[in-house]
Ligand binder design. Structure first.
Ligand code: ZN
Length: 162
C-alpha cells in the first residue's frame, strides 16, 4: 500500500535553479536533486531561525518529518559543496499556501498564491479598495480546509513515498 500523499506547504515562491562547480564539464559531475520542500525547510529553520515545531506546522508536517527533511537537505548541500557535485533545485511534494483578499466595494473574495504580487485591484469590479481577508492569518484552519478541497480536486502529483 502506498503511503497517503501529504503535501508540504510552501510560503515562498521558488524557481528551478541549477548550480555547478566552475571548470568541470557537466558530463563529469554527479547531480544532486534538492527539492523545494527541502529548500523551504532550510529557509525556515536556517535562514529565518524558526523553532522546528513552528516551521513544521507552517509546512503541514510533523516535527519528526520536518527534522528528517532538514537532515536530508543538509546532507545534500554538504555533499554538493564538499564533493563538488551539481545541485539541481526542483520538484517535491509541494503546494503553495494562499493569501485571501476581500474587496470592500463588491465583497468579492479570492485567493492568490504566496510569493506572487499583491493584486492591484478587484478582479470582479476592478476597484482598488481591497484588503487581506479578516479570517486570513496566513497559515490557519481556513487554509487547511481549502487545501483539503484542492487536494481532492487535483489528486497527488508526486506520489512516490520518500
Ligand atoms: Zn470588487
Amino acid at each position: 500500500m502506498p503511503r497517503p500523499c501529504k503535501y508540504r506547504i510552501l510560503n515562498y515562491k521558488y524557481n528551478d535553479l541549477y548550480f555547478k562547480p566552475r571548470g568541470i564539464p557537466l558530463s563529469k559531475i554527479e547531480e544532486i536533486n534538492l527539492t523545494f520542500d527541502e529548500l523551504e525547510a532550510i529557509r525556515l529553520a536556517d535562514l529565518l531561525g524558526l523553532y522546528h515545531q513552528s516551521a513544521a506546522e507552517m509546512m503541514n508536517l510533523s516535527r519528526q518529518t520536518f527534522d528528517n527533511i532538514l537532515i536530508k537537505a543538509h546532507y545534500k548541500i554538504a555533499d554538493f559543496l564538499i564533493n563538488q557535485k551539481a545541485l539541481k533545485i526542483e520538484g517535491g511534494k509541494i503546494i503553495m499556501n494562499e493569501r485571501k483578499f476581500l474587496c470592500s466595494d463588491c465583497n468579492h473574495v479570492w485567493t492568490v498564491p504566496y510569493g506572487t504580487r499583491r493584486p492591484d485591484k478587484c478582479p470582479n469590479c476592478q476597484k482598488t479598495n481591497i484588503h487581506r481577508h479578516p479570517d486570513d492569518r496566513g497559515y490557519n484552519r481556513q487554509n487547511m480546509h481549502s487545501l483539503d478541497r484542492r487536494r481532492r480536486r487535483h489528486g497527488c502529483a508526486n506520489n512516490q513515498g520518500r
